[in-house]
Design a protein around this ligand. Structure first.
Ligand code: P1T
Length: 387
């Protein structure tokens, strides 16, 4: 198969998956093995130990690279492992500029773990101000999440890359592409050095695996990242790799449906009398709608909105939904609802949360692939029960 020449839907079904040579099995087997027999010391068939390589994982990595239009990928045990492996590239005294609104766990890793190891992070609103306002001579990495979690800010990837390239010490630009998925956004084509995914989310799509991925076109960077991963561990098991590969086959279909449902629900919520404000990159009211239109092929399945009232109203709404499940995470076929201030972003200090705008009446929806009419009725009922 010539992956590069095929369309996304074809790549999603075929990339990395070849008939198994001894039996012809069309699906990549789950290679449940920790080690591999060698005919002579150091003489093997490319696999010596499963922390280093595993054939089911290799198939997944080939698929992930192809989805992002990249050359190389690493599959990891979680999205957070991906962040941690990247941070291991840095040294004491190095500095990171990160988008201010990032997943709570990413922020926690920067603030409470890596700061203790001598790597400081500055959180920056890169929708408002240029990168140059935040960099120092020690800035080695620029961390972009777009759309951001949970405020769905859109960062202009090309613009940030262009600024980074002008700096004498040329920091790496990392893009966490979890919210958009490779179906809607291709950061490597926009100049990013590495793409990170929590494959737990849209890529797997069925809320039954925790996983992560890094994708890059730079072989020497890939080798460094693989060296770090192999040294510290953080690999997915072969069954997880198999499930993610299986999920990827329907990624295009699912993303299309997630977006169709989300767009309609965002418009519905924008008109709802119990809703104060809706944030969805596809709405003209979104402050970076023009950037989203330029750099994304679609606007995704995530919606954030402010319910009218206070925490009590938010609580009543969250206790009243019947199809939307109140749970952390996102990107599965089933609709989920989250209260970022109490759930996914609780680890961010309250004052920082407030200054970002993650208030008690902020609600995040991961819109699933169910029937739109049922989702709409569920939200409408819960909104009316909340007041
Ligand atoms: O959970 P894990 O696979 O380790 O992925 C971390 C992660 C990284 N990046 C983004 C943008 C994320 O949203 C996440 C995980 N997020 C949730 C669990 C959540 O509910 O927001």
């Amino acid at each position: 198969m010539q992956d590069k020449k095929n369309h996304f839907e074809t790549i999603a079904v075929h990339a990395g998956v070849k008939p198994e040579p001894t039996t012809g099995a069309i699906m990549t087997p789950i290679f449940a093995t920790s080690t591999y027999v060698q005919v002579s010391p150091g003489k093997h068939q490319g696999y010596d130990y499963s922390r280093t390589h595993n054939p089911t994982r290799t198939a997944l990595e080939t698929s992930l690279a192809a989805l992002e239009g990249g050359k190389y990928a690493l599959a990891l045990s979680s999205g957070c492992t991906g962040t941690d492996v990247l941070m291991h590239l840095l040294e004491v005294g190095d500095h990171v500029v990160s988008v201010d609104d990032v997943y709570g766990g990413t922020s926690r890793l920067f603030r409470t773990i890596w700061s203790r190891h001598g790597v400081e992070t500055t959180f920056a609103d890169l929708t408002e101000r240029p990168l140059s306002d935040f960099v120092t001579a020690k800035t080695k990495m620029v961390w972009i999440e777009t759309p951001t979690n949970p405020l769905l800010k859109i960062i202009d990837i090309q613009k940030v890359v262009a600024e980074a390239k002008k700096l004498p010490h040329r920091p790496w630009v990392i893009v966490d592409n979890t919210f958009a998925s490779p179906y809607f956004q291709s950061p490597l084509e926009l100049g990013a050095d590495v793409v990170l995914h929590s494959t737990t989310k849209y890529i797997n799509g069925h809320s039954d695996v925790v996983g992560g991925a890094l994708v890059t076109n730079d072989k020497s960077l890939l080798d460094r990242l693989h060296h770090i991963q192999n040294s510290i561990g953080g690999v997915p098991g072969p069954f997880d790799a198999f499930l993610i590969l299986r999920g990827i086959k329907t990624l295009a279909l699912r993303m299309k449906r997630h977006e169709e449902n989300a767009f309609e629900l965002a418009k519905f919520l924008e008109k709802h009398p119990k809703v104060e404000r809706v944030i969805y990159p596809g709405l003209e009211s979104h402050p970076q709608h023009a950037v989203a239109k330029k750099q994304m092929k679609g606007f995704g399945g995530m919606i954030t909105f402010f319910i009218k009232g206070n925490l009590d109203n938010a609580r009543k709404f969250l206790e009243s939904v019947k199809i939307f499940a109140l749970a952390e995470s996102l990107g599965g076929v089933e609709s989920l609802v989250d209260h970022p201030a109490i759930m996914t972003h609780a680890s961010i200090p309250a004052e920082t949360r407030r200054s970002l705008g993650i208030s008690d009446n902020l609600i995040r929806l991961s819109v699933g692939i169910e029937a739109l009419a049922d989702l709409k009725a569920d939200l409408d009922n819960a909104l009316n029960s909340a007041h």
